[in-house]
Design a binder for this molecule. Structure first.
Ligand SMILES: CC(C)(COP(=O)(O)OP(=O)(O)OC[C@H]1O[C@@H](n2cnc3c(N)ncnc32)[C@H](O)[C@@H]1OP(=O)(O)O)[C@@H](O)C(=O)NCCC(=O)NCCS
Length: 392
């Protein structure tokens, strides 16, 4: 069996295969705890199907066979509970679990994630802790079985430990040079950045502190500043596993003027909005790119030929784009758009369109990239929209 696999959203039709995988994958847990009747081992197909309705379920598929899966459900407090991370015994220790975890987190960017595992499940604990999770609660579930709750939270407790931050003279020189700093007290500068950070992300053994377009890398255990430099997001083609992020980026693409309350997330499921991502990847013109910073997808741009506000004709894909709020205004959108325009050209398209609210500052970005005004109309909510076209 070759070891190429894809991670994608699972459908209810996959429930039976995933449940079979679950029984196989959880055997090792049954042995550790000498308990064959743990919930994952006795869950019924009906219950599994029920979970599909409440959770986002991902599957890892290799040669047409499901070799791994994970589930996540957004809680009332906005946190993301991750459960049933499983990999087929013969495919374990090859990075599939880590990728499943990373993909499901990317599906819900910038959240608090939490999960639960047994105290003797050392391999699981190792995977989660290596991936930035920390223990926050232990509960006795049964005699001889403690459940350990782990969490990973952006921006967690680094600001309160700011006094521990330090670096070497070499590190300070490198940072001063990278950021062209005028001060010699690089550590004090970094401490201020931590206190005022736009966002702090813990990933693996590092904290990544983002402040005004710079990223400072700090080791989680030693609090040593490893490096600091300008944001340098990598732009790449969109993979099938990235489709999971589309609802979030579609939500972020909705223009919200400063004085207006953001709409609920469920708005993306309204048919006239959902059309931008429904079954993405199945139609001609479905092309996309994403921006990644330190392993985290922070922006996406994609096109579709759909009967939406930016529709011109059946040969003209319409563009949608967004960057997570903390990463806007640092050139990432421009980079994404340039790459997507190149991909469109390579795919033989002669022009691309978009629809943008008249007051959205993005209009300037589109004009700079050569989009021209082609008309104006009112969108479904009664806002004035520009139809813009760029010849390729
Ligand atoms: C529009 C957007 C994708 C641009 O990406 P970016 O990385 O911020 O853009 P860049 O740094 O490459 O370019 C800066 C330009 O982006 C636009 N921009 C920057 N911040 C923005 C924001 N918060 N909202 C909307 N547009 C913004 C402006 O046109 C800006 O040009 P200006 O400096 O002349 O005002 C991004 O800001 C975003 O996600 N905005 C919210 C979603 C959105 O409006 N999507 C477009 C729907 S049609």
């Amino acid at each position: 069996m070759s070891f190429e696999y894809e991670i994608m959203k699972a459908a209810v039709a996959d429930a039976e295969e995933i449940l079979t995988l679950q029984y196989a994958a959880y055997q090792s847990e049954a042995e550790i705890y000498n308990n064959g009747s743990a919930q994952p081992l006795i869950q019924t197909l009906e219950e599994t199907i029920g979970e599909f309705k409440e959770c986002t379920v991902l599957k890892a598929v290799c040669d047409g066979r499901i070799i791994g899966s994970v589930r996540a459900a957004e809680q009332d407090d906005g946190s993301i509970y991750i459960g049933k991370l499983m990999v087929l015994p013969g495919c374990q220790n090859k990075g599939v679990g880590k990728r499943l975890l990373q993909t499901i987190e990317n599906r819900f960017p910038n959240k608090r994630y939490w999960l639960i595992t047994g105290h003797k499940s050392e391999k699981n604990l190792n995977l989660y802790e290596k991936h930035g999770y920390t223990r926050f609660k232990i509960e006795e579930a049964a005699p001889g079985l403690n459940l350990i709750c782990l969490e990973k939270q952006w921006g967690a407790d680094l600001p309160s430990k700011v006094d521990k931050i330090h670096t070497t003279p070499m590190g300070a020189n490198r940072i001063k040079h990278n950021l062209n700093l005028q001060t010699d007290d690089v550590v004090a500068w970094c401490k201020d950045a931590v206190k005022q950070a736009d966002i702090i992300i813990r990933q693996g053994k590092n904290w990544y502190v983002y402040k005004s377009g710079t990223v400072i890398t700090i080791n989680v255990r030693s609090y040593t500043i490893i490096t600091a430099h300008k944001i340098n997001a990598k732009v790449r083609g969109m993979h099938e596993s990235d489709y999971e992020c589309l609802p979030e980026f579609l939500y972020q693409a909705i223009f919200v003027p400063r004085s207006v309350e953001p709409p609920p997330r469920s708005i993306v499921h309204e048919p006239e909005i959902f059309v931008y991502i429904k079954d993405f990847g199945t139609q001609p013109g479905d092309l996309g790119v994403v921006a990644e910073q330190n392993g985290q997808v922070i922006g996406a741009a994609w096109t579709r030929i759909i009967p939406a506000h930016g529709y011109v004709d059946s040969e003209t894909p319409e563009l949608a784009i967004s960057i997570l709020p903390e990463f806007r205004g640092y050139g990432i959108g421009t980079k994404l758009m340039k790459k997507l325009l190149k991909v469109l050209r390579e795919n033989g398209y002669k022009q691309t369109s978009l629809s943008v609210q008249k007051d959205n500052p993005a209009v300037r970005l589109y004009q700079r990239l050569g989009y021209e005004m082609s008309g104006a109309s009112l969108d479904h909510a009664g806002h004035e929209d520009y139809l813009m076209i760029k010849r390729l």
